[in-house]
Design a protein around this ligand. Structure first.
Ligand SMILES: [Zn+2]
Length: 196
């Protein structure tokens, strides 16, 4: 009898209730291996926007999440700057979004406040030129990456032709306004709420 009781306890412990739930949070990040899929992937439903990784084995945001982020960005940009959503998306046409989990440093950079920083500055994103941005994949969410921030640099660079306003709200370069900063915060908040 005692032995039977003991074995029942074991059974109960080993086979917990089938009602138990396991919540796995959604991740916008996917592992990438260039031996298994092509390095450059087009973001569907966009004007030729593509994504790629810095390294053959790396991490990237999945294109579905990038598409949602670009749609939200275009909608909010349109509202902020009084243009149509398609015109806002067209400002990013042909953009190459390079992603990597491996951080980068640059010899000098401006903070968002416009303060000039020198000597091995760790950056989470870079506007490389008018057609290329680099974004670090730091967490499983686009909302905590610099993607939206770099999209703003791209649009300013394409409008200014010669620079992307590297000092943001600083006074040395023109283009970046408080509205751009507000837009980035708002879009990232929407992405955070949407678990992207
Ligand atoms: Zn910046």
């Amino acid at each position: 009898m005692r032995l039977l009781k003991f074995s029942m306890i074991i059974v109960i412990i080993l086979f917990p209730s089938s009602n138990a739930c396991y919540y796995q949070p959604y991740s916008s990040v996917v592992e990438f291996d260039c031996m298994r899929s092509s390095l450059i992937e087009e973001v569907p439903g966009t004007p030729g926007i593509v994504t790629l990784t810095s390294n053959c084995k790396d991490y990237r945001f999945d294109v579905r999440s990038i598409k949602t982020a670009l749609d939200i960005f275009s909608r909010e940009y349109a509202l902020q700057f009084n243009v149509s959503e398609s015109a806002a998306m067209a400002l990013l046409s042909g953009l190459r979004i390079e992603l990597s989990a491996i951080p980068r440093t640059v010899p000098a950079a401006y903070s968002v406040e416009g303060i000039f920083l020198q000597g091995e500055v760790a950056v989470s994103g870079l506007a490389l030129d008018r057609d290329n941005i680099w974004v670090e994949v730091r967490t499983s969410k686009i909302s905590s990456s610099s993607l939206i921030h770099e999209l703003v640099h791209t649009i300013i660079w394409r409008k200014n032709i010669v620079h992307a306003d590297p000092d943001h709200e600083g006074k040395e370069f023109s283009g970046w306004t408080k509205e751009h900063t507000k837009l980035i915060k708002r879009v990232n908040k929407i992405l955070l709420d949407a678990d992207i």
